[in-house]
Design a protein around this ligand. Sequence first.
Ligand code: AMP
Ligand code: GLY
Length: 420
Amino acid sequence: MNILLLGGGGREHTFAWKFSNDPGCTRLFIAPGNAGTAECGTNIDLGVNDFPAIKEFCLKNDIHMLVVGPEEPLVRGIVDFFKNDPELNGVAVIGPSAAGAQLEGSKAFAKKFMERHDIPTARYREVSNLEDGVAFLKSLQAPYVLKADGLAAGKGVLILDDLAEASAALETMLAGQFGEASRRVVIEEFLSGIEYSVFVLTDGQHYKILPEAKDYKRIGEGDTGLNTGGMGAVSPVPFVTPELWEKTETRVIKPTVAGLAAEKIDYLGFIFFGLINVNGDPYVIEYNCRMGDPETEVVFPRLKNHLVDLFQQTLNGQLASVHVDTEPEVAATVMLTAGGYPEQYRKGDRMVLPQPLPGSLFLHAGTKIAGGQLVTNGGRVLAITSFGKTIDEAVGKSLAAAETVKFEGKYFRRDIGKDL
Ligand code: AMP
Ligand code: GLY
């Protein structure tokens, strides 16, 4: 099977690494990819949202399967684009339809969906004018959670400590701080607890649960400072006990998959549940319509199944008969970022990596080859994943490996997993 993978971050290098060890994958192309994916297949200089160019590439290169990493092409309807074009009949697509991707593409849609299916989530109101919003804010306790309705590259959630600040922030959002994405805002009650991420693969009727993970979103140690795309992750998550798993599956996962089916929303692919444990009960913080980054960097290394086989069973509606086989050891990943990230940062700094280290995987995020030289090419540069019998052992190996990587401005958190 010839595969085209869309995306170019650490998540996509992890997909590409899995495919490169997969007997079901004959040729692998990655668009646009990075310096890491180039070692697993062939990088193609195509934009992930350029559907006509992706179509042409698939037809010319006899692609059988299109695997979509990031959310934006899904929300923009790449799955529908492929389904509705008879010339593309021969290309199976792993990802939800635009209607399904609304779970991530519109916070208001996701909240209403959860309301319809009685899925636990924070109390909320969807507002498009300041007066309604301030009235609702007054009914809540601090801190206040404001979410741009649409996609905002992970930056659209603001948490504010007092009412005046929250009202001012709401005004700025509604005035277009995040463009069209924040003309509608979801205001939520603040939930206190510890977060975890759960992933399922679904064929629209059945689902299989993949290993869970916890990611670390803030730039600073001790979970301080600005939000980032993710500074590290571990899997499994010790506080996700069998009891919490059971509640997560019955109260959240089952009604979500059943709700999509009942509403006849086409959904084939990954659902990422961003969850919070509030006194032993799971609540949904957000849905994503794709795998997480950097969660994939710990979830996939623990997954023993081949992806091509899993995807074929998904496409055939045969997921029910699949056994998900998981490595019991702990996987931890530490993200190395460019100085200044998540604010302004430089690109193009030369990088030096050590020889391959046994037990650690170097998963490229923002890297590329320029003039024959490996250089930084993004805020999140490199994820280093290691296995261990304990979280400490796995994180310790990744930290030791992180010390050996050289590039100007390198930064990473040394406290990944320390709170578990
Ligand atoms: P989201 O993009 O929806 O995942 O939100 C980003 C981050 O904001 C989450 O990972 C949480 O840490 C935090 N957050 C979002 N919604 C809430 C909420 N209702 N209560 C507490 N924290 C929240
Ligand atoms: N790590 C969170 C995300 O992928 O959105």
